[in-house]
Design a protein around this ligand. Structure first.
Ligand SMILES: [Zn+2]
Ligand SMILES: [Zn+2]
Length: 371
């Protein structure tokens, strides 16, 4: 058992430093996680590039990594009882540590907790016991952390999809209340778009259509491989007209907008959803306004429009169930695994700052497999 923890600490934009920390002494209601892997998403890149200035997550020196899983390394007796886990158990750790007391926690909206306590984005290493992120051999488990026990036979690369898949579950199934036979359009074939497709199909959607640009050709092919009924290249075809055609004029019951940066998909969503349909907005646009958005169309057609950012406990449980049943089908999404010492390379690969010849879809840091 290692006496010290190794961590990749982000000390300034684009600056990782490898440091050792003491593994904390734990009380009865705490634990230490031996990190197995940490998945990466766009937020990891934004954090690395220094783009979180002005947000609550603007802090240095910090151990990134908020899509975390590993094994219980040591645990206090009370913690073992309330989490129902023991040393050696494999667990997924949620990024947010809800306080349990604020207004949002009180009404059950745990993902909107106002406490700003959590992993990878919320606490600098100067806050004891320092180990607040997944880019490290060990992580501190706070008494209020949320854990999910997971079976040992899901491969690490597949399990690292739990976070984006839980987003897909919430965005394409839970929030729009997608039901059997409905038509779902997903705008944007990134990892979250493709996993929204999986979730929509699991929900019983009859027809799932995915849109993307010509640059997304490889991802649109993946979408077809994962059971999409049709894909639309918006550079070559009019997305709205195609959706009208594919639904024989009925339009979509649900549109999930997961594209990054582009605003036209929001405008298109309003035109491709049926009257009374639901639009879920999940793609961030760097705070740009959306030109040509006519809200009267939303009013007249009684369209339900909702914004989503993350996923909570029930969505993660459903994602873990999907990974257990059919995780191996999702293998083609797991394009890259890097050891902890290559954290810098991993984040830059995610930001498409270099090309190793393999299309980047989902990246994880394989911490346990690191030398
Ligand atoms: Zn993330
Ligand atoms: Zn709270």
């Amino acid at each position: 058992m290692a006496e010290r923890a190794n961590a990749a600490v982000l000390t300034a934009p684009r600056m990782f430093e490898f440091r050792e920390f003491d593994i904390p002494e734990i009380g009865p209601d705490e634990a230490v996680l031996r990190v197995e892997a940490a998945g990466l998403c766009g937020t990891d890149y934004e954090q690395y590039a220094g783009h979180l200035t002005g947000t609550p997550w603007d802090m240095w020196d910090i151990i990134p990594g908020h899509e975390i899983f590993g094994w219980i390394d040591r645990i206090g007796t009370d913690a073992a009882a309330h989490w129902n886990v023991k040393e050696g158990d494999r667990v997924v750790v949620e990024a947010i540590i809800p306080c349990g007391h604020c207004f949002q926690c009180a009404i059950g909206s745990v993902t909107l907790c106002q406490s700003s306590l959590g992993y990878g984005l919320y606490k600098p290493v100067s806050d004891a016991p320092s180990l607040w992120g997944g880019y490290a051999s060990h992580m501190y488990l706070h008494p209020k952390a949320l854990l999910h026990k997971v079976p040992s036979d899901i491969p690490a690369d597949i399990l690292s999809l739990f976070n984006p898949l839980s987003n897909g579950v919430r965005w394409a199934y839970e929030e729009p209340e997608t039901t059997l036979g409905e038509t779902v359009v997903i705008e944007g074939p990134g990892q979250r778009g493709l996993l929204s497709l999986i979730a929509a199909k699991e929900a019983g959607a009859g027809k799932v259509i995915i849109t993307g640009t010509s640059q997304d050709a490889a991802r649109l092919d993946l979408a077809l491989q994962f059971g999409a009924d049709a894909v639309i290249d918006v550079d070559k075809e009019n997305a709205v007209e195609r959706v009208v055609e594919l639904t024989e004029g009925r339009k979509a019951d649900v549109v999930v907008e997961v594209s990054a940066g582009a605003t036209q998909p929001v405008v298109d969503a309003v035109d491709m959803v049926r009257p009374g349909g639901r639009i879920v907005l999940a793609g961030l646009k760097s705070f740009k306004p959306v030109p040509n958005l006519v809200t009267d169309k939303i009013v007249i057609n009684e369209i339900k429009l909702m914004g989503v950012l993350s996923a909570g406990w029930p969505s993660i449980e459903k994602a873990l169930d999907i990974l257990q049943r059919r995780g191996n089908e999702l293998k083609p999404l797991c394009s890259h695994m890097f050891p902890l010492e290559d954290a810098d390379k991993a984040v830059r690969a995610l930001g498409r700052e270099f090309d190793d010849g393999t299309e980047v879809v989902h990246i994880a840091l394989d911490v346990a497999g690191s030398g």
